[in-house]
Design a protein around this ligand. Sequence first.
Ligand code: SAH
Length: 394
Amino acid sequence: MARVILKRERKRRLEQGSPWVFRTEVDRVDGEIRPGDVVEVVNHQGHFLAKGYVNPASQIFVRVLTYNREEPIDREWAGRRVDAALAWRKRFLPGVRSCRLIYGEADFLPGLIVDRFGDVLVVQVLSLGMERLWAMIRDVLVDRLRPAGILLRNDVPVREKEGLPLGVQLAYGEVPPLVEVEENGLTFLVDVWKGQKTGYFFDQRENRLAIAPLVEGAEVLDCFSHTGAFAVHALRFGARSVLCVDQSAEALRLAEENVARNGFGGRAQFLCANAFDQLRALVEEGRKFDVVILDPPAFAKSRQALPGAIRGYKEINLRGMKLVREGGFLVTASCSWHMHRDLFLDTLTDAAVDAKKILRLVELRGAAKDHPVIHGSEESNYLKFAILEVRDRG
Ligand code: SAH
């Protein structure tokens, strides 16, 4: 097995829990490597640190698969990893049949996402090394869960960076066009074939419950509503009405369906529009809401995109604050990991200054427990979710 020797001068990122070895941290490689091979990572003194798969074409040179030198990367390894991921969900989400089952690096299966929708599994294989391990892991998933079907949603642009083809493919059994999930006692239809990412965003499960104390009798704006998960929760917790805004007509069609199937038809409106334009228009019309929810996609997909992203977050939050009635609430999220928690909070402060608002922080939250966070790995700690009371200043 080839050995990747790290530089003497480097941050001890791997020792801190980061599952990635960047090319800039590598001093040299002993032996032949082919893309996707399992290699040993050692420090500058030759001490073993980890084993992982290598991709010489990527900035992320090695992704860690095990910290145990004696552990072969074989079917038993895959079984232990899947069992550990299942045990985590069983402990922290007892009885939940729809959730993120495997969250890549944070479940020590780098480059693999598995979302479970009852007896259907939807999978993203995000790296070359994982592509080579996938068949083995699929067999373990079939053995442990006996799913009706497994769908590969490999239509993800990051695969191109790894030199992998894009596409959607049935990997096992059968998968219907729409699947139903239950969340917090509510039901949602999910388009696992064509919907965004794997079709549903499980990371906000617990945050959707956190809006309960805000929305009784409220007029709510659910901006970036996607298939209506926040809207349906708001209605369940007693909101008088919800306005859903999203630029995807397909997502809004499902949102409407989801509102109706939970028994809240007639209490929601759906607007297919660009949120930036729509927020501006609502401010100009003088509209007010008791609660404004902003759950945008990641504006900063890379560090280079960060300045533009900060402007974007500031703009939507500034407008969102202006739309909140005195003493109402802004519920605002960012899922860009480049936008670190403090930077996000500072951006909210900037927006409040310009909007002439005073904010009181009710809660600052992260992702749901099926999205574990590896301490020391910023990438896995991506979701920020703030609940703020909004008051006028002058
Ligand atoms: N709140 C949702 C998830 C939002 S995902 C939930 O709980 O499920 C982000 C959503 O923003 C997607 O549905 C996408 O269609 C929408 N979107 C992205 N850019 C947008 C824009 N500029 N204007 C309006 N919607 C946008």
